[in-house]
Structures are given as structure tokens and as C-alpha cells.
Design a protein around this ligand. Structure first.
Ligand code: ATP
Ligand code: MG
Ligand code: MG
Length: 388
């Protein structure tokens, strides 16, 4: 298909699913990640992967020297090096997608919120907070209780969030988030969490996937339903427009995951944006004409974008989340899903299981919502992460 090589910073499950798609298009992907058996490296048999951190300047330069296009499967990368590479004459022919500017804005969630607010995108109230008792008390005075205290950087799966319900929670919040720069968000009493994946080509063409519902427990995404089912008929399209407009404010090609809150009165706020394939878009592999991974590759390689439409009436994605260091729960749920009609099991090949760690997922497709729910129910009942 294309002789250009793509380098990916990060080799977790998103890199692995990107790699699976790259193999279909016969595109060579080189992965930079610490482990020689990182999930993405396991399924790409060649000797050009790099063992090292996506924060390590030397390793990032080494990867950049071997490829035509650099992309990320995680936003917590060393963006200063990406910026310096993008302006260096030594890397004149290299493209970086999305742009280092985009990654820089998004990786600091406070800067991201300010960027979105200044661009006119809907976000709820937030404040920069000094990491002291007085600082947090000031945020409570301003935004009320409960309050969501968040780390500005290196946050994922809620590791970086602390919900404050009373001023007496402040010391434990500060100790849980020590050594991190903080900001606070007003508590959003949402009816549902929703998300839209958006793909943007290098020439600026934008396509969005259907709006989906995401269900979180303990700050971790557990379930995704596509398409979104709500009574208010304007929500699906409004959410897509908000997501597309938000993505237009960033530069560079690729897919973006736009997480949003839907309030009871129909108000939609953006929670945060990921500049890469996203958990809420895993379902697109089985349920859409072109998956988020296919469209990410097409976008960064300037190939024709694929259709973002659903090809099934109803679908859901259930994360397989570790409960302990034992793999037994993960194996039991995966094995059970193999007998469920319309289910596809994805296991990420992580070498260790931990409580709260995403170990795999199951996608279900069905001819109707009723069929979907009937097939999903037994899996939900045996999902240890949901029943505990
Ligand atoms: P991710 O893995 O999606 O990157 P993260 O660590 O960046 O997660 P957030 O997306 O900020 O964390 O928050 C995780 C979850 O916590 C949200 O999906 C939502 O359920 C809840 N949450 C976050 N912010 C708020 C808020 N302001 N009000 C109420 N709930 C919130
Ligand atoms: Mg996040
Ligand atoms: Mg999030």
C-alpha cells in the first residue's frame, strides 16, 4: 500500500490495535516502548522496534531517524523533543501527527480546558489551584462541593483525580496528589457520559463517528454503547458538532477522542480530549465500516478516509479490567464471551495483571438493542470489575 514507515510513541493496547490495522494495509510500524514485549511489539515481527521510554530524547530521536511519520498512542510523551525535531533541518521530511503543539496543549488538562474555553467550546467551570490547604479551600469557596481536584498532567483512568466531598477531605486529597500541579473542576451532575471519535486528515477534512454512551465506575471506563440511546433527538448531532468544532481548534492529523458530559437539561460540556485512538472507539473495529485505527493511519498517511458509519444496528464494548495480580478473572470472562453470539474478544497481552488495569475488551454487535442486551447481560453479571 505504502512504503512509508510509521513510528509510534507507546506500545500499549492502542498501539497493538493500530498495529493490527497496519498489517492489513501492509504498513510498517515501529514501536518505541520500554518493554521488548510491549503489547504492540508482540504482534509485529521485525527487529526495528526500539526498547526505551517515550520520554527519552535519545530514543525518540532514534525512532524519528528511522521513520517517515511519527505518531503517538499516548499523550504523556516528551513533547519538547517532538517540537525540536519538528523544527530541525535534520528531520526535514519527517511529519509528526498530531502536531507537537496539539500534544502540548492536551497533555496539561488545565491548559487544555483554557484552550477549549478560549475557542468557545463548552466546558464547565474550573480553576487553577495551588497544592495547599488554603488553595483547595479557595477552590471550594469558588466552585462549591463536591469538587473534583485533578492533576494537570500524567492523568489516566482517574489516577490523578480526587473527589472532595467536605473540607475534611483536603489533607487526604493533597497527600494522594502530592508533587503534582493541580486544578479543580466544578462537580458536573451529568445524566450520562458520552463521547465522539473524530478523524481529521492532514488536509483538514473532518469526519466524526456516532455519538456513544460511556459508562464509568471508579473513574475508569467500563462500558460503551453505540449508538447513543437518549430521548432528546438533538443530542446525537449536537455532540458530534461540538466534538468536530473542538478538534478543528487543534492542528495535525489523526483521530481524537472527545469525552463529554450530557446533563439532564440537554446541556453538553466537554470533559477532555485525547489526541489519539481512544477506549470509547474500540467498538469501531467490529461495528463501523472503517475503525478508528484504520482512519488514524489513513489520516496520518494522507490516504483516503474511510466511512465512520455504523454497519450494525447496535453494539457495545465491555472492558476486561484486572482485579488482582491473578489472570483468572480475566481468563474466565474472556472464555465465557467466546460462546456469546456477536462477541469478539480482544486480549492485550499484558505481562502482569493488576487491580484496575485494562487487560482486554469484548465487543458485541447485534441486530437490535434487545438482542444486544440479552447477550451482554450474562457478561455483565460475571464481570468482576462491575460486580465488586
Ligand atoms: P482518562 O482515562 O479518560 O484519560 P482521566 O484520568 O483523564 O481519565 P477524567 O476523564 O478527567 O480522568 O475523569 C475520569 C472520570 O471521572 C470521568 O469520566 C467522570 O466519570 C469523572 N469526572 C471527571 N471530572 C468530573 C467532574 N468535573 N464532575 C463529575 N465527575 C467527573
Ligand atoms: Mg484523560
Ligand atoms: Mg477521561
Amino acid at each position: 500500500m505504502d512504503s512509508r514507515k510509521v513510528g509510534v510513541l507507546g506500545g500499549g493496547q492502542l498501539g497493538r490495535m493500530l498495529a493490527a490495522e497496519a498489517s492489513l494495509l501492509n504498513i510498517e510500524l515501529l514501536i518505541l516502548d520500554v518493554g521488548p514485549s510491549a503489547p504492540a511489539k508482540q504482534i509485529l515481527a521485525h527487529d526495528n522496534h526500539i526498547d526505551g521510554s517515550f520520554s527519552d530524547p535519545t530514543k525518540i530521536r532514534e525512532l524519528a531517524s528511522k521513520v517517515d511519520i511519527l505518531t503517538v498512542e499516548i499523550e504523556h510523551v516528551n513533547v519538547d523533543i517532538l517540537s525540536s525535531i519538528s523544527s530541525s533541518p535534520d528531520f526535514k521530511h519527517l511529519q509528526i501527527h498530531p502536531s507537537p503543539d496539539t500534544i502540548r496543549i492536551i497533555q496539561d488538562k488545565y491548559v487544555q480546558k483554557r484552550h477549549l474555553e478560549e475557542a468557545g467550546c463548552p466546558v464547565s467551570k474550573y480553576l487553577g489551584v495551588e497544592a495547599t490547604e488554603e488553595g483547595v479551600q479557595g477552590a471550594i469557596n469558588e466552585l462549591g462541593l463536591p469538587l473534583m481536584l485533578k492533576s494537570r498532567k500524567l492523568a489516566y483512568d482517574g489516577r490523578g483525580n480526587y473527589a472532595i466531598h467536605s473540607p475534611s477531605d483536603i489533607p487526604s486529597a493533597l497527600s494522594a496528589l502530592q508533587n503534582r500541579t493541580l486544578y479543580a473542576e466544578k462537580w458536573v451532575t451529568f445524566e450520562k457520559e458520552i463521547a465522539v471519535m473524530v478523524v481529521r486528515s492532514a488536509s483538514g477534512e473532518i469526519r466524526s463517528y456516532p455519538t456513544v454512551e460511556t459508562v464509568h465506575k471508579d473513574n475508569i471506563c467500563q462500558l460503551v454503547f453505540a449508538p447513543l440511546r437518549v430521548d432528546n433527538p438533538t443530542v446525537e448531532e449536537r455532540a458530534r458538532i461540538i466534538a468536530e468544532e473542538a478538534v478543528r481548534t487543534f492542528t495535525g492529523a489523526g483521530v481524537f477522542g472527545v469525552e463529554m458530559f450530557l446533563l439532564e437539561d440537554g446541556t453538553i460540556y466537554i470533559n477532555e480530549i485525547a489526541p489519539r485512538p481512544h477506549n470509547s472507539g474500540h467498538y469501531t473495529i467490529e461495528a463501523c465500516h472503517s475503525s478508528q485505527y484504520s482512519n488514524h493511519l489513513r489520516a496520518i498517511l494522507s490516504l483516503p478516509l474511510g466511512s465512520t458509519s455504523l454497519k450494525v444496528p447496535s453494539s457495545a464494548m465491555l472492558n476486561i479490567i484486572g482485579t488482582s495480580s491473578s489472570f483468572s478473572d480475566v481468563q474466565a470472562l474472556s472464555t465465557q464471551a467466546l460462546s456469546v453470539p456477536g462477541a469478539t474478544v480482544h486480549l492485550y497481552g499484558k505481562s502482569e495483571s493488576r487491580k484496575g488495569r485494562k487487560m482486554g475488551h469484548i465487543t458485541l454487535v447485534a441486530h437490535s438493542d434487545a438482542e444486544l442486551i440479552a447477550n451482554l447481560r450474562p457478561l455483565l453479571l460475571s464481570s468482576p470489575a462491575l460486580s465488586s
